[in-house]
Design a protein. Structure first.
Length: 217
């Protein structure tokens, strides 16, 4: 049995779980995934057994417990330094941490108006000005990082890392809601969707039977 377990919510809806799971997958370490269906009877009590915040994801590594996606990323970077979860250079690391924190604390309008739903039949939803502004900012972040630091591969800083994991759920949202995007943004979305761990998660999400009505917009 692996000594690492990550407790996650529904793969179809839990964008924060997706972020942390992708980070963990990138380490190459063996781990177990434990799904706790969200908004179901007893789910809050079950989450609290593993996460004092009452939220997922929550990582258990031996005697170490870590909750919150970005904190999990920082812990994994220390526990598995060879995985290269943050870029190698100080300038690139500073940028990667900044954009990851920006996603962690921002883009509320996008996240509320276009909830992640990987099973959703692709169809547009009218966008508010605030959501358009969020999408524009994200597209600018992706373009800037790829231009400045992405020469070594298809991702924001070349190889897949914490910053890519933080923005991966946005790709799902842009696709599910048929949001019009420019070619640079589409190219990055293609790279995320081709990433094997993302495909693995997406396939599992589409096979889940649980439905949360409030996310079915």
């Amino acid at each position: 049995m692996a000594d690492i377990t990550i407790h996650i919510g529904n793969r179809n809806y839990s964008s924060w779980s997706l972020r942390a799971w992708l980070m963990l997958k990138q380490t190459g370490a063996a781990f177990e995934s434990a799904v706790i269906p969200l908004y179901a009877p007893g789910s809050k009590a079950e989450i609290l057994r593993h996460s004092p915040s009452g939220k997922v994801p929550a990582l258990q590594h031996g005697d170490v417990a870590v909750w919150d996606s970005l904190a999990i990323g920082e812990y994994l970077n220390e526990a598995f330094p060879k995985a290269g979860l943050w870029p190698a250079t100080a300038v690139a690391r500073a940028c990667a941490r900044s954009i990851s924190a920006e996603m962690h604390s921002g883009f509320v309008n996008l996240r509320r108006h276009l909830p992640m739903n990987m099973r959703r039949a692709v169809a547009p939803r009218p966008l508010t000005d605030e959501v358009r502004a969020d999408i524009g900012r994200i597209a600018a972040i992706w373009r800037d990082c790829r231009n400045r630091f992405g020469a070594g591969g298809a991702f924001l800083f070349g190889v897949f890392g914490i910053a890519d994991a933080m923005y991966a759920p946005v790709v799902s949202r842009l696709r599910s809601y048929a949001v019009p995007i420019d070619p640079d943004t589409a190219a990055y979305c293609d790279a995320i969707e081709a990433h094997p761990p993302y495909r693995e998660w997406s396939t599992a999400a589409k096979d889940e039977p649980m439905v949360v009505a409030e996310f079915e917009v």
